[in-house]
Design a protein around this ligand. Sequence first.
Ligand code: ADP
Length: 484
Amino acid sequence: MIQLRSTALLRESCLINGSWSTASSKEAIEVRDPADGSIIAHVPSLSASEVAQAIEAAQKAFGPWSQLAAKERAQILRRWFELILANADDLAALMTAEQGKPLAEAKGEIVYAASFIEWFAEEAKRVYGEIIPAPQADKRLMVLKQPVGVCAAITPWNFPAAMITRKVAPALAAGCVIIVKPAEQTPLTALALGVLAEEAGVPAGVLQIVTGDSREVGRVLTGSDVVRKLSFTGSTEVGRILMAQCAPSIKRLSLELGGNAPFIVFDDADLDAAVEGAIASKYRNAGQTCVCANRLYVQAGVFDAFAEKLAAKVATLQVGRGTEPGVQIGPLIDEAAVEKVESHLADAVSKGARIVTGGKRHGLGGLFFEPTVLAGATGAMRVAREETFGPLAPLFRFETEEEVIALANDTEFGLASYFYTENIRRAWRVVEALEYGMIGHNTGLISNEVAPFGGVKQSGLGREGSHHGIEEYLEVKYWCSALR
Ligand code: ADP
């Protein structure tokens, strides 16, 4: 049982055109608690025609919503932000129940998720146009910014609230309407956000939340000519499929895809700060974030000291059910996630890596895994190329700055990267050379609502958050007016 103050937040139906509907078919999706595998709820598996109805409702809702004054949309968003904060405990409880992360982290995510709504409520009022000095005396040139229209969002399970608000808030602020398909593992947080959006006054059809078979729902959303934009967060593999599905109708795309974040510790780093940053970056959400450090490169002069300090701290991380006080590492999301960590570990050990701490499934059983540090990692191992998405930190030894930059960039991904140095000249060189959308210098935590989040190369397209985030939901219209 999930303990909630307001049971109205637990929904087992979808938000379509202002009503909470169950599917016409009897099939339902089971939502499980990853801490013990128990079924905590069922959500509908909508048919293609039910998803099509949502698209139709969105199309109808777009005109009136986009024609509201920006200030009116901002006020509704602001109310939604306040309601989310007022219900943060319940939302966090739902999130921990379906996703597994420690309650304190879930609460932190709710506050982070809400911050995007506050930010874009403010940005809604600042969508300025331009007047351009014309090259001919009798012309006047203007630029208008207008909402893209009906949008769709497909979101992952690792941040069940924030990956939704980071898309929905700028969309609604810009005057767009949006249909969200949350991950099948974590629909409850999404649906609860929908309840609060309704209460805040978001009109019918402006925000809709649909659950169902991801391929089927994805096919309907991407196949529609009415849907003008897709914003997706998830794996590069699925991003590629969705991009192809959006090609026939040339949809606008925002893609936040996989990463393979390097975390570089130079000889001149503050080692204690680097250890703290590595733990924050690697073990948050049990290692299941796309900005988690995936490859830790440590310069030869400090390698042993860093490995020892890191392993000592990692060994004290408390593993357990997210609802238990003091727990820092919850279960992984599913069996496939645990098997991926095991296979990366086995591959690395078979190629000569050494387990410094952890190294196996946790004694609690189920989906719990010991926070692990590996030394002696090399480029031949899977951990060097693939995102582990679990609590496994492989340490690679390097000698020179030039060498580590080449290693860090030797990947098709380019989302987050981190480095520790006290030398500002080196910092500039490294920042300019790293092929990443985001860089943390002397910090392992970089995400917030005011900064542009996003990647280069096969990590994606577009930016979320910051003043750039709303541009993803705006079209530029040029108006050339002749005076005679
Ligand atoms: P993750 O590894 O985080 O689960 P995925 O890319 O598999 O990443 O999933 C992210 C989101 O994409 C989820 O909402 C999932 O249901 C959805 N999804 C997965 N496969 C498809 C697909 N073929 N078409 C549309 N959506 C999909």
